[in-house]
Design a protein around this ligand. Structure first.
Ligand code: ZN
Ligand code: ZN
Ligand code: ZN
Length: 378
């Protein structure tokens, strides 16, 4: 399999034209004069490539009415034109020189707005200067408008998520087939990164290897601990394919697990399966969390499930919709998210099972297809 450039998140130009038009419409519907989008997943979603976020301002200006403009440093123009292809014809591209004033350029483009939205991850150095320049305009976060677009995936986007999930599954199958005892977490993590690329990811994003007592820490960073017999091992891995993320977790055990661990793990398998099966349009995200949490709580592990059940996934590993008790929003067809309950016993062990699930008209479709059962490894 060949890997594409990690900067590319490109579809046909018509797709990006449509996305720009929908962003403009969303701005108008939300009473915004313009969206100001700096390099970020929102930027890549709209324009199809990841631009570097840095001290020189790059800013896509999407007005509520009219065509988008792209303000960028002169030295970034060749990369932008290369990546944009014929999409560049749809944009007014305004390159500024090293001593130019890009804030003034953006200000000129938006005029005297009443209300503008800035990209959620825009650097404060730009957001604060824009706020001063556009005063007295009200300034809000663009996340709401953008996630309304991004949270419902098109079939083309689901295909990329499926490719990414399948590549992660290939890597997971490979690593759980290897001998893990005697190797450090860091060694295994490095090996997983190779496997993620070999399996077709454009880039390896993360490879959590949490063994023994470390497996009780959900976001443990692989360290120099040597894996040994009697360890539970949480493996949580992912990367990107064509700009879309994979994210899957499986749990392994070195040798036969004690009855206590097997009992805990059986509860987790059941909770994760039941939550996946509860997915369908109209079900509140909070209910999916409750399905997993109730099963785990009834078995007596409620206090050991210390995080939400899942997160949306797309161009970001974590995005809307969040599968959490505080999110009453109903799922809609096209939502893509993880279902990843975990049980963590401090200083002892932990376990997590994570699949990416698509909400379809007829229910949940798991993109990860490896067995969720405990992987017994050497
Ligand atoms: Zn996580
Ligand atoms: Zn996840
Ligand atoms: Zn994960």
């Amino acid at each position: 399999m060949t890997n594409a450039s990690p900067t590319s998140a490109r579809f046909a130009s018509s797709v990006h034209r449509q996305r720009l038009a929908r962003a403009s419409k969303a701005a108008s519907e939300q009473g915004l004069d313009a969206l100001l989008i700096t390099p970020s997943p929102d930027y890549a979603y709209l324009l199809g490539y990841r631009a570097p976020a840095m001290e020189r301002l790059t800013c896509l200006v999407v007005p509520a009415d009219g065509d988008a403009s792209l303000v960028l440093p002169r030295l970034e123009e060749p990369l932008a034109r290369h990546e944009l292809g014929d999409l560049a014809d749809d944009l007014e591209i305004i390159a500024w020189d090293e001593t130019g004033d890009p804030i003034r350029l953006v200000q000129t483009l938006v005029g005297s707005p009443l209300r503008v939205a800035v990209q959620d991850q825009m650097w404060a150095r730009f957001a604060l200067r824009l706020r001063a320049a556009l005063d007295p305009a009200e300034m809000v976060a663009a996340g709401h408008a953008m996630s309304a677009l991004r949270a419902i995936k098109t079939p083309d986007e689901i295909d990329r998520l499926r490719s990414a999930a399948s590549a992660a599954d290939t890597a997971m199958l490979a690593i759980t087939g290897e001998r893990l005892s005697g190797r450090t977490e860091q060694e295994v993590s490095g090996r997983i990164r190779e496997l993620l690329i070999d399996a077709g990811h454009d880039e390896a994003g993360f490879a959590i290897v949490a063994s023994g007592p470390n497996s009780a820490s959900p976001h443990h960073v692989a360290d120099d601990r040597r894996i040994e017999a009697g360890d539970s091992i949480v493996l949580d891995i992912g990367g990107t394919v064509g700009g879309y993320a994979s994210d899957t977790s499986r749990t392994a055990f070195v040798g036969e697990p004690p009855a206590e661990f097997a009992a805990l793990f059986a509860v987790l398998v059941e909770a994760q399966r039941a939550a996946c099966e509860a997915v369908r349009p109209g079900v509140p995200a909070a209910s999916i969390d409750a399905v997993a949490r109730d099963i785990i709580s009834e078995a007596g592990y409620g206090d050991a499930f210390i995080h939400r059940t899942g997160h949306g996934i797309g161009m970001e590993t974590h995005e809307d919709p969040y599968i959490v008790s505080s999110n009453p929003e109903p799922l809609v067809a096209g939502n893509a998210f993880s279902i990843e309950p975990g049980i963590y016993i401090p200083d002892t062990w932990g376990a997590r099972i994570e699949d990416i699930v698509i909400c379809t008209e007829s229910g949940g479709e798991r993109l990860n297809t490896t067995s969720t059962e405990l992987n017994i490894v050497e």
